[in-house]
Structure formats: C-alpha cells, structure tokens
Ligand binder design. Structure first.
Ligand code: NAP
Length: 312
C-alpha cells in the first residue's frame, strides 16, 4: 500500500489548488480526481463561460479553466488518479484512503469533494434538453450571459439562495419570477422582504414548473399551480434551480463533524476539521460563498495548514 505525506480528495478549484501548493512545498501529493462521481474538474465542467474568475478579462470556459488548473498542479509533481474514493478510515494514523481500485495511506488528508447543486427532473431541463442552454443551477455563474438580457427569467426555490439569485438576476432580466412550491418563503425574513418588495421580482406561490420548451435555447416554461392544478405556458429565457446543494461527503461515513445541512465543519478562519491532520477546502465546507475563486483560496489555505501541521 502506497504511503503519501498528503492525499487530496476532489478535483475542483479547491483540490487542484491544494495540490499545487502542496506539490510546490515538496509534499508530493496524491490527488484522487474522481471518475464515476463526475468529470475531473467538478462543477465547473458543466459551466460554460466563467466571467467572474479574476485574471480572465475575456472570460474562460469552465472546462478550459479546470484543464489549466490540472496541468499546473501536475507540472509541480502532483500524482493524479482518475478514481473515486469509496471510503476513508480516520480511526488511526496513518489515515487510510480506499479508492475504487487502489488503497493508500497518508499523514495529512485534504477533503475537497465539493457540493452538488440539486436539480429537478423537469422535461426539457436535462442534458438532452436545455441544460446549460438557458437552464442552470447557478445564477451568479451564468446570469450575465447574453441570452438572459432583458428577458423573463424563472428561479425555482424559496430559500435564501433563490432570493439572492433572483435579486442578482434583476440586473440582467426584464422580470424575474420566483417559482415556489408553497405559499411562504423559507428564506430569512429580511431576504424574503427584499424579494417581495422588489419591483422586478414576482413570486409565483404554490407553483412548480412542469415543462421547459424552446428551439436552440429556452423559450418558454409551463407553470402549474399545485393547489388548483391550472397550467399556464409563459415566455421564458432562463430557468435557474436554487433548491439547495448537497455536500459530497458520503464516503466519509460520518467520521467528521458537519453542520445540520451536512457541510464539513472547520475551525473558523482555517481549514482544520475536528480530526487532527484532516483538512477541508472548497464547497464541501462552504454553504455560503461557493465560488470558484473562494474554493481555490481555501484549497491554498488547506495546503498551507497541512504543511505547517506536518512540520510541527
Ligand atoms: P434551502 O434553504 O434548503 O432552500 C431550498 C429551497 O428549495 C426551499 O425553499 C425548498 O422548498 C425548495 N425546494 C427543495 N426541494 C424542492 C423541490 N424538489 N421542488 C421544489 N422546490 C424545492 O437552500 P438554499 O436556499 O440554497 O440555502 C442553503 C443555506 O445557505 C441556508 O442555510 C441559507 O440560509 C444559506 N444561504 C444564505 C445566504 C445569505 O445569507 N446571503 C444566501 C444563500 C444561502 P421548501 O421551502 O418548500 O422546503
């Protein structure tokens, strides 16, 4: 069984950045990029243009950016493994990482497996329909795309994310509808008030979207009132899922402390989890910001935390 000073699990901006810093600190990290769990590169692999990552004034596609991250950490000696991690054993040191094909041990472990935006199986919303052609799960990433400018946009959800994303989208769309399945928002009172009072936001209560249609991109949605059953086809250029994220922690088997939503808990201002030598970076520990740039920043923090912990 191979032993490594540092193993990193996860291949989004957090994992690759942690690997870059760990490799440059001569820690020869091993990084599990995942395989069946999704393409190496994480959520950005299903994003088109990334226009909010500093340093790319003309924007860059998510896959191009992740390819560059990957090459950069490989250049400094990261060992990359296209394999899913099935479980970890944190009961004793060295920690054991059990992959689909290989098992390895490490002194320090960095978990950067991200979170998955929840989506609904609405006809027209999938990859064979309008996914990334007007349907997305991240208004902040995709909202500024030209196809949404001065058009009617629909946000599904009733929590803080839905309100925040709808408010963000008012900068681009002519009108933003929040489609919520109940008649009361889950969002905090102050955020809910902001949405209800916003002149460009209208909330469609007790409503769900049952169909998405269009030609090359989204052109219309069918909205159903769940109380009356009445359906209405409406013009639409965008559908944004804001129904929550699920942090990718199943393989941890409850060995690390989490918040009630399942995000890994870290000591504030650091990447230290509650088990010594185990660090968490990126969306798996971040229910709030969830941006590529914040994930990359916390990946850098995790590598520095791990390096200092190892040298102590
Ligand atoms: P959330 O609070 O869990 O809200 C998810 C929303 O999606 C709920 O309104 C829920 O409806 C709806 N939903 C879930 N499954 C659905 C389905 N199958 N069909 C239709 N609707 C569905 O998630 P979130 O808004 O992403 O927020 C997550 C956490 O981050 C929260 O703690 C939130 O406060 C925090 N957050 C904070 C800020 C901020 O302070 N600026 C911004 C964003 C997020 P129901 O209400 O009927 O369950």
């Amino acid at each position: 069984m191979d032993h490594h000073k540092v193993i990193i699990v996860g291949s989004g901006p957090a994992g690759y950045t942690a690997a870059l810093y760990a490799a440059r600190a001569n820690l020869s990290p091993l990084l599990y990029e995942g395989f069946f769990s999704g393409p190496a590169g994480g959520q950005l692999m299903s994003t088109t243009d990334v226009e909010n990552y500093p340093g790319f004034p003309e924007g860059v596609t998510g896959p191009e950016m992740m390819d560059a991250f990957r090459k950069q950490c490989a250049r400094f000696g990261t060992e990359l493994l296209r394999e899913d991690v099935e479980s970890i054993d944190l009961s004793k040191r060295p920690y054991k990482v059990v992959g689909k094909k290989t098992t390895a041990t490490c002194d320090a472990l960095i978990i950067a497996t991200g979170a998955t935006a929840q989506r609904l199986e609405i006809p027209g919303a999938g990859e064979d329909g309008f996914w990334q052609k007007g349907v997305t799960a991240c208004a902040i990433c995709d909202g500024a795309m030209p196809i949404f400018r001065e058009k009617e946009l629909y946000v599904i959800g009733g929590g803080d994310s839905a309100v925040e994303e709808a408010t963000f989208l008012t900068k681009y769309g002519s009108k933003v509808y929040i489609v919520h399945r109940r008649e009361e928002l889950r969002a905090s009172k102050i955020m809910a008030k902001r949405a209800i009072n916003h002149p460009k936001i209208e909330i469609l209560w007790n409503s769900v979207i049952t169909n998405i249609e269009g030609e090359k991109v989204v052109g219309s949605v069918t909205v159903q009132n769940v109380k009356t059953g009445a359906e209405e086809k409406r013009d639409a250029a965008g559908v944004f899922f804001a129904i929550g994220h699920k942090p990718n922690t199943d393989f941890i088997g409850g060995q690390l402390k989490t918040n009630p939503q399942g995000y890994l808990l870290v000591k504030p201002g650091t990447t230290y989890t509650d088990i010594e030598g185990v660090f968490a970076a990126g969306d798996v520990q971040d229910p709030i910001y969830r941006q590529a740039v914040t994930a990359a920043g916390s990946g850098c923090m995790a590598a520095i935390d791990a390096e200092r912990w190892l040298s102590e």
